[in-house]
Design a protein around this ligand. Sequence first.
Ligand SMILES: [Zn+2]
Length: 256
Amino acid sequence: MHHLNCVKIVTPMHDDVIGHCLLIEEDDHLLLIDTGVGVKDVESPNERIGNELIELAGFQFDMEITAFQQIQKLGLNPAHVKDCIVSHLDADHTGGLADFPNATVHVSAEELINFYSDNPRYIESHLDHNPTIKEYGISDEQWFGFEARKVKSSLKTEIYLIPLFGHTLGHCGIAVEWEGKWFFHIGDAYYLRAELEDEQNPVGQLAEARADDNTRRLESMEKIKTLMKEHPEIEVFGYHDRGEFAKYSVESPMVS
Ligand SMILES: [Zn+2]
C-alpha cells in the first residue's frame, strides 16, 4: 500500500491542502483510491476544470503530483491500474481517472445520480473518456456498525465503500483490509481531523458551505468519532489533512 499526495491546493486559509490517495499493489494489479489532479488537468487546466473553479478552490498544477507520474516513479506501470475507487466525484478526486482509461471506476449509485443531476459542483469532463463504471447501491452488509458495500475489483484485498453522506449526496469512505489491519479512508467526511474535536474550527464553516446536506455531514462525522473511540486499532484518515498524511508518507512534513 502506497500513500500518494496527488493534489496541491492553496487557499487564503490554508496554503498546503493535499489529496491523500492510496495505491494498492497486489501482484501485477494496481488499484487507486481517489485520483487527485490528472495529467490532462495539468496540460489544459482551463479546458478541463475551468477558471472559475480553479480560482475558487485554489488548485495548483504540477505534473509531479499526478498519480500517473508518481506510479512511474515507484517503478510501476500505470497501465496496470485496473480499478479506481472514488469517495465522491468532486474534481479534486476525479482528475486522474482519465490517466487510467482501462480502469473500472467504482462509485456509489447515489453519487453517480448526483453527478448527472446538473449539480454545479461537478466537472462532467472528468468522465468524458467513458470509463467502465461499477455503481454500488444500498447493501445489507455491515462493517463496524456502518453500512458496507463490497467493492468488486480485480484484487483479492477486501475493500468496502462505506456511506458517509453529507459532503455530497453519495459521498463514501473506503475501508481496506491490508496485512491484517483495517484502513479507513474517510474522503472528505472531514477536511481536517481537528474538526472532530473543535466544532468552532474555521474549516468547519467551509465544510458546511460545501456540503450538499450538512445535517447528514454532521451525522457522518459523529459516526467516525464513535468508531475511533471504540476501535482505536483502525487507521482512520481523510483526503485533505497534511498532518495525517505525514504519518504514512516519507514526504517531509509541512514547513510552517
Ligand atoms: Zn476534496
